[in-house]
Structures are given as C-alpha cells and as structure tokens.
Design a binder for this molecule. Sequence first.
Ligand code: GBH
Length: 447
Amino acid sequence: MPTPTFPAHFTWGVATAAPQIEGAAFLDGKGESVWDRFARVPGKIHGDANLDVTCDHYHRYASDFALMQELGVKNYRLSLAWPRVIPDGAGTPNPAGLAFYDRLIDAMLAHDIQPWVTMFHWDLPQALEDQGGWRVRSTAAAFGRYADLIVSTYGDRVKNWITLNEMRCFTVLAYGDVIRPPGIIESDQIVHQTYHTALLAHGEGVRAVREHGAPGARVGLTDDAVIPVPIMETAPHIAAAEQAFRELNYRSIDPVFRGEYGALYQQIAGDHGAETEADDFALISQPTDFFGLNIYTGVYVRAGEDGRPETLPFPPSYPTADAPWLRLLPQAMYWGPRLMQSVYGVKQIYITENGAGYDDVPTANGEILDLHRRQYVRQCLGELHRAIADGVPVDGYFCWSFMDNFEWLEGFSKRFGICYTDYATQRRTPKLSAQWYAEVMRTNTLV
Ligand code: GBH
C-alpha cells in the first residue's frame, strides 16, 4: 500500500486550552474561574493540584511558540480565558488581560503560526456561577458580550473561531454530578436548562463573529459527540450506527443543524425539558462554517434483531490508554466524520482534538519513547485518511496536546502532550510522538 497522503492544504495543528496551560490564575487582574475555586476544595482533584501555575505558559509563550515553530506547527488551537478578559464575566474588561492576548497573538503570528481561537473551554467566571451560571439565560447574554469584545479586538488577526468546547462537559457532566464544578447535583430540568444556555451561548458566539469578524472570518462549534462504530461495516450495522448517532447525541446536534429538539429529546426529557423561547432556535441554528469534532474514543454498535441499534458493553479488559474512559478505538476517527456528513450533511469538518493520555516516564538519557501514543495517533490518522478517501469533507486535524498540562480531575498525573512538561523546571521536551508528528505535518503523509 502506498504511504497515505493527505489532501494539499490539509490543516495540521496542535491544541491546548487556557486553563490547562496558562497558570497566572490570579495575576494581572484575572478573575477567579469555577475551576480555580473548585481546585481549592480538598480531595476534588488528583493530588489536590490547582491551576495557579500549570505550564506557566503566561510567562513562557514566546519560547513555547519557538518550539512549535521548530516542530513545524503552522496552526494552533488555543482558548482565551473569559475571566482574564472580563474578571467577573459581565462587567468591566481587564486591560491587562486584553493586552496579554494581544501580545500572545502577535507572538504566534511572528512565529508563522495561525491562531484557531476557542472562546470558551470550561473556565466560567466564578462571579457568573454565583449568579446562576449555566442555569440562567443571562450567562448566554454575558457570553455574547464577551464574544463581541474578543472578536472586535482580535478579529483583525484571528480568522478561525470556535465558540465552545464540548458543551456536555461543562453542563451535563458538571451540574449532573459532583465531580466537576460547581460540584452540586441539580435536577434533570436544571441540567437540561444548562445545556440549553450553552446552545444559546454558541449562537451568541456565531452572531459575534458575523457582526464583528473580518471579511472571511469563520466560526464553528467543537463537540465531543459520542461516536458509534458499527460492529461490521455492512448495511444493517451501518444503518444502526446512523440511528445510534442521532440518539446518542440527541441534545446537541439536532438543535444546531436542524433548529429543534427532536422527538427523542421530548421523549427523554418529558416534563423536565429546558424552558425555551420562540427565537432561541434561530439563534442556535445559525449557519456555521465548519464543525469541530474532538475524537478520542467511541462505542461499538450493532443492529439488534429488530434492527434497532444496540450499544455493546466493553469487556473489562478492553484496551485503554491510561484513562479508563479512553478505550482505544481508532475507527471512531472514520465513523465520527462520516456520520456527521451522512446524518447531518455537514460540509466541512475539523478534528479539533485527538490524542491519548499516558503516564510517560523519561528514559535514563531523558528521551520520552511514547510508542503507545504514537501508535494510537497513527492508527487514528489512518482511519481519518480512509474517511477522506471515501469523500468525507475533513479539512484538518489538531493533536491534543502540544504539551502535558493540567488534566482537569486528574491534575498533572495524566499526560496528553506530544511534548513532555517537567513541572519542576518547566522544561519542555519533544517526545518521540512529536518528532514523528513533525514529519507527518512536514510531508503531509502518514510516515
Ligand atoms: C477533552 O475532552 C478536553 O477538551 C480536554 O480539555 C482534555 O484535556 C482532553 O479531553 C483529555 O482528557 O468521567 O467517564 O464521564 C475529551 C472528552 C469527555 C473525556 C468527558 C472524558 C469524562 C469521562 N471528555 N469524559 S467520564
């Protein structure tokens, strides 16, 4: 088989998020985020780690961009911290915070790196949480004003915008469980409401880019859709996977692409569904330019005897990365984009995250031979190439992550970087996977 070659102009990049790398959590006027607060509660985060310093990227961005440039990174997906820009989320902007992102974006461009900016990657200003957080519509309105500000300020240099990262993670998995901030379990109705507010915020983000973006500015949503992988690639199982795809993502993709909560939402939510207003779905379903998929894993699905999709449980010893949820299933990288195309007719897709978390340990001579990560990412890219060859419109791929960073509940115990972060010295060392990925980006082939 010839070495798989990606289309000319395929976008290769790396990804991070502000709360996971910046540190400087309370410097230069930055407001407290819900994660800054939550990390202070003993026992919530592995090793009681916090976000105060993380990778100290706030002070080290110049050398980080120099390293990216050395590796040949041309596209960088980052997020801006809402509480750095507007400390209480809704009031007066913070000039020092705005100036920081000004310097950051200029430095990126000086290193020939294009910014792909996520407006929100989970770090809600604590002051907004105290006023109801994602439970209340006013948070979507505040997000809209924040989006207006950042698009007006940086839109001359930022051409690609992502409104929100993974709505499920800061709504359903946050207000429906105690393990993520705010750490309070809410009723089903409120959980549905938090998701609805997130959808409204997405709509506000799209509106902001249309109103204030430079000509040619583009915007999309990044979702962590649950991806069904048919147990066999035969017609009945593929049909079951298509049906499962709709059902597993009943809360997210229908409103964005069809402008409605479908029948399944009504069926599942019953009387506990979100309270909606007449114009909500026009805002939520404004046309976007691309769809971002974060793909790490999937679920196996087959057609049951009645043809209905059946999601198969994983046997206990099914292989995973060093995170129990990250079951190694590279075909998700084929089926995720393909189902977005076949079920929702999406015309342009970017993989905005993919990678694997392992407990990397440097060898005696300081190398990090992360053969497991390299292997998984290579398999995933093979599946992505197969999707493109089948006509699925995938135009780019961002590896998660540029460097090891604050891995949420896992603190610093799980490493997802292709560069190793030594937290004691803040030294970054490209792992074997980074050396390999650099060659993939350079040659546009799956070397
Ligand atoms: C991404 O989410 C995040 O965008 C990124 O910030 C993070 O660093 C990266 O993953 C690696 O974790 O507790 O069993 O319900 C990936 C999707 C969804 C995976 C939530 C973990 C929780 C599993 N994540 N999921 S569980």
